[in-house]
Design a protein around this ligand. Structure first.
Ligand SMILES: Nc1ncnc2c1ncn2[C@@H]1O[C@H](COP(=O)(O)OP(=O)(O)OP(=O)(O)O)[C@@H](O)[C@H]1O
Length: 332
């Protein structure tokens, strides 16, 4: 029997709400329970607006969670304050979609990358200098890049600076939020390959957020699918791409015919993503689901295990323990 992997992070009932327009309360992340295992890359996928970025940001408290807990090595990150929070937070870093927006244009690349080493890890300047040179080499920019400023670089190179800055305090966990979405397709593969190498060399644990299933398939070990603020499916990469267990995952995958199982039909999702301020009753996906029955309109499904390592929030999952294979949900 394979040993159960160790969670590095364990989210419990994590919730993030925002005050929206006209007194609306936007429920961006709704009571998420999620384990992220040491050394894995978990791909977080779902349509725009489903809450992926908010979840990633809440895990690092860039956005403050409204409720719930985040266990990291026995500490609840949501409750940490002051020095303990700053020290712990240095272990958890973020790579942003638009690195340029977060890179100070007046500072040199070396200063930008050195800053977390000096501030969060208390390194002396000489050691930081050496570490910056090594890191710039490792991300493929070369140490000469240190003397230049962010605007002198192309999009792909700026993302390499963003990655170097995120890795500067030697984190154990990185949230990469759509790190290649803003880049040309030809550059995307280079940055993904760089991230894959860094994950392996440094034993990093990563939450990789993307709406692009093709990119996620390259990098993720497991896939979590989000819909209207909830995780609705978790599966290994191979299981997911062999056939999602949730009808929403099935529709997402069918929209990229080159990725899914051969011969599957394309499933058009009816309607738009509902308003996260007033999610539908019952299963929040029932308004767009081709398999929905009365129970789905009335009763919210729990996230439950339907096969080893495979969880789904659906009354009629497309994979069940009894078959342990792929079966079509009933339309009755
Ligand atoms: N600061 C905020 N104030 C109010 N609403 C917000 C705020 N940030 C996000 N939201 C809302 O929360 C929901 C989730 O947004 P989020 O950006 O997390 O989704 P996403 O899946 O990452 O989408 P995208 O891929 O477009 O970034 C959306 O309805 C969004 O409008």
């Amino acid at each position: 029997m394979t040993p159960k992997p160790t969670p590095l992070l364990e989210l419990s009932k994590l919730r993030v709400e925002f005050n929206g327009s006209a007194g609306r309360r936007v429920r961006a992340v709704r009571d998420v329970d999620l384990e992220i295992y040491e050394g894995e890359t978990l791909g977080l996928v779902g349509e725009s607006g489903c809450g992926k970025s908010t979840l990633g940001r809440a895990m690092l408290r860039i956005t403050e969670p409204t409720a719930g807990s985040i266990d990291y090595l026995g500490l609840d990150i949501t409750r940490l304050r002051g020095t303990v929070f700053r020290r712990t937070r240095a272990d958890l870093q973020m790579v942003f979609q638009d690195p340029f927006g977060s890179l100070n244009p007046r500072r040199t690349v070396a200063d930008i990358v050195a800053e977390p080493m000096l501030r969060a890890r208390g390194m002396d300047r000489a050691s930081a200098r050496q570490a910056v040179d090594a890191l710039l080499e490792q991300v493929g920019l070369g140490k000469e890049a240190g003397a230049r400023r962010p605007h002198e670089f192309s999009g792909g190179q700026r993302q390499r600076i963003g990655i170097a800055r995120a890795l500067a305090p030697s984190p154990r966990f990185v949230v990469a939020d759509e790190p290649v979405s803003a880049l040309d397709v030809s550059i995307q593969a280079q940055v993904i390959n760089l991230l894959t190498d860094l994950i392996r060399e440094r034993g990093l644990t990563m939450l990789f957020i993307s709406h692009d299933l093709g990119v996620v398939r390259h990098i993720a070990d497991r896939i979590a699918v989000m819909y209207l603020g909830q995780i609705i499916e978790i599966a290994s990469r191979d299981d997911f791409f062999a056939g999602p267990a949730h009808p929403y995952g099935e529709a997402l995958l069918s929209s990229v015919p080159s990725l899914g199982p051969a011969g599957r039909e394309r499933i058009e999702l009816a309607g738009e993503l509902p308003d996260p301020a007033s999610p539908p009753p019952g299963c929040t996906f029932h308004t767009r689901c081709r398999y929905a029955i009365d129970r789905c309109r009335a009763e919210a499904p729990e996230l439950r295990e339907v096969a080893p390592g495979r969880q789904v929030r659906c009354h009629l999952p497309l994979v069940s323990l009894s078959t342990a294979g792929v079966t079509k949900g009933s339309t009755s």
